[in-house]
Design a protein around this ligand. Sequence first.
Ligand SMILES: Cc1cc2nc3c(=O)[nH]c(=O)nc-3n(C[C@H](O)[C@H](O)[C@H](O)COP(=O)(O)OP(=O)(O)OC[C@H]3O[C@@H](n4cnc5c(N)ncnc54)[C@H](O)[C@@H]3O)c2cc1C
Length: 384
Amino acid sequence: MHLDYDYIICGAGASGLSLATALSLDPLFSKTKILIIDPEFPKVVDDRTWCFWEEEQSSWDEMIFHSWNNVLFKSDNFSKKLSLNPLSYKMLKSKSRYKYSNQIISKNLNINSSNAKVLDVLDNGEYCQVKTSSGVYKSKKVFNSILNWDLINNTQKYPLLIQHFEGWFIETEEDFFNTNEATFMDFSISQNSNTRFMYVLPFSKKEALIEYTLFSDSLLNQKEYENALNEYLRGLGIGKFSIKSKESGKIPMTVFPFEKQNSKNILHIGTAGGWSKPSTGYTFKNIERKTKALVKFLKQKDNFVKFSKKTRFWYYDLIFLDVLFQNNHLGSELFTQMFKNNNPNMIFKFLDEKTSFFEEIKIMLSFPNGIFIKTILKRFFKIN
Ligand SMILES: Cc1cc2nc3c(=O)[nH]c(=O)nc-3n(C[C@H](O)[C@H](O)[C@H](O)COP(=O)(O)OP(=O)(O)OC[C@H]3O[C@@H](n4cnc5c(N)ncnc54)[C@H](O)[C@@H]3O)c2cc1C
């Protein structure tokens, strides 16, 4: 059987590009024929900012737009400045990340691209067929990063929250911001029976990204995001400002078993593969870690069904999302308890899924126990 490609990558956003870059840089894949399919490839836009935490030095440092050593957590009756040392909270703009990958990919003569739209992906056990708006391609393997919201929306078994947000890059007339400190979560705003917070990333004394974020089950109308942002800026005492640009988005917060869509020859990657941390939406560093693991896997194994493994963190995310889904008004209280009672480095270690079981028990005990036990029991009887 003649195949057009060894690998087809559907979607060239963060995860598709990450994989194409890693394969291009690895001599073992120097003869691998790859097709990238994305109507927007190659992207050269700032369509999102990516923030993540890590130790000072990393390969991202050349692209970093700004980083912070301290972050602030705030709610109605609690405020804490968190020193992250040895971690820093880093931000990069998507355009620089896309540019970096596009440069590497363009030098790989074995990579072709198509601006078609992927319509369907099939695995017949021997090879894959990718149906697109401009034809059908056959390949040995497919990596699919196209998120199917219908699939997760139609599943009742697991709680589904959406992380949705509207952010403004603003410039003030007067000096206002402290560039050493980012506001990680400010819950001291109207909660309106949801989990709502503000996120402030200052880049200069006059410039910052202010983002209004919700973890809830439905989106707001556009005016509501705008009113909340204006009200918050007024509350901070920022009188005059101009909006330089905006970003908005939605990320699924779910433990939906994305890996069940995988087959021997099709692997779902990125958010579509469950690489977004369900309880926080953070994905960027997961994409880096999973890409590394995937390249290693490709050198040793053939069956993608074996790529993903469920860990105990899946259960923690499930319970946390269950609690937040059933008690969406309690988000401020739950995050306050977490930041009040734990060292920030431990929290970030936990979110990176690198803690020991003993450390996880300590973190869990810092939450109000009753509601978690009730939810665990409810879930346990639902599952069984
Ligand atoms: C505005 C925004 C800000 C975010 N900020 C952070 C952050 O600070 N930190 C963090 O860790 N995570 C963040 N995330 C979450 C996550 O990191 C990003 O969503 C990330 O881009 C996910 O990568 P991906 O490859 O799964 O999806 P994407 O990057 O969205 O890539 C999917 C690609 O598929 C293409 N595509 C879609 N449909 C088709 C089709 N039918 N055929 C072909 N191609 C198609 C799209 O054009 C796109 O390029 C953010 C998300 C958003 C939306």
